[in-house]
Ligand binder design. Structure first.
Ligand code: CTP
Ligand code: K
Ligand code: MG
Length: 181
């Protein structure tokens, strides 16, 4: 695979994991997942992790995988994407995994004394990648292992933080997000 195909595959395959966080920002609110409970004097997760945001993010990411499947023939071939269409469970794994990774990061932030909205450089940019890859591999092992070959995995880990910084900066500038991370 040449570099362009590697990058195209990385972006295409991770799109269902990129969208959930943004959908959660737009749809978030309502009952927090931790129900307001604390542990060791700190919130378990905090008010920033809600059932509604998590459900909306998971649905949006899964729906995007199906939408990408619908345009697979012309678009994937044109871009040089080297991946089979998303099995539904792969889309679900990527989307739910992204949400779970982000929730896990909030758990770690609260345990380390960081308030809601505090930055945790590195973790903020990669938490959802780890969750998405883990659940996609669990739910759709054949597809995930064939898609995320080592070169594609390296591209994902390099490109995602850059993309994360840019999209969150835009969301912040548009007033959709309280902090640019
Ligand atoms: N959000 C949500 N449910 C989620 C994830 C995000 O409702 N599972 C919404 C919340 O309104 C949240 C916003 O998206 O405030 C931004 O998400 P994020 O930056 O992840 O949360 P923070 O509020 O910064 O909280 P934390 O410090 O725990 O990351
Ligand atoms: K976050
Ligand atoms: Mg935040």
């Amino acid at each position: 695979m040449d570099v362009l195909a590697i990058v195209a595959t990385a972006l295409w395959a991770m799109l269902p994991a990129y969208v959930p966080n943004n959908a959660a920002v737009l749809a978030g609110g309502g009952r927090p997942i931790d129900g307001g409970r604390s542990w060791g004097g700190r919130r378990l997760l905090g008010d920033g992790k809600t059932w509604r945001g998590t459900a909306a993010g998971t649905l949006a990411g899964t729906a995007l995988a199906l939408a990408l499947n619908a345009v697979y023939e012309p678009v994937a071939a044109t871009l040089g994407v080297v991946a089979d269409p998303f099995p539904v469970v792969a889309g679900l794994g990527l989307a739910l995994g992204a949400m779970v990774g982000d929730i896990g990061a909030s758990f770690l932030k609260r345990r380390t004394g960081r308030e809601r909205g505090a930055a945790f450089p590195g973790l903020d940019q990669l938490d959802f990648v780890v969750g998405a890859l883990a659940l996609a591999t669990l739910f759709a092992p054949e597809w995930a292992l064939a898609t995320f070959r080592p070169s594609v995995l390296v591209a994902v880990v390099v490109i995602t933080p850059l993309l994360h910084v840019v999209t969150n900066g835009i969301a912040y500038a548009l007033g959709l997000k309280d902090e640019p991370w």
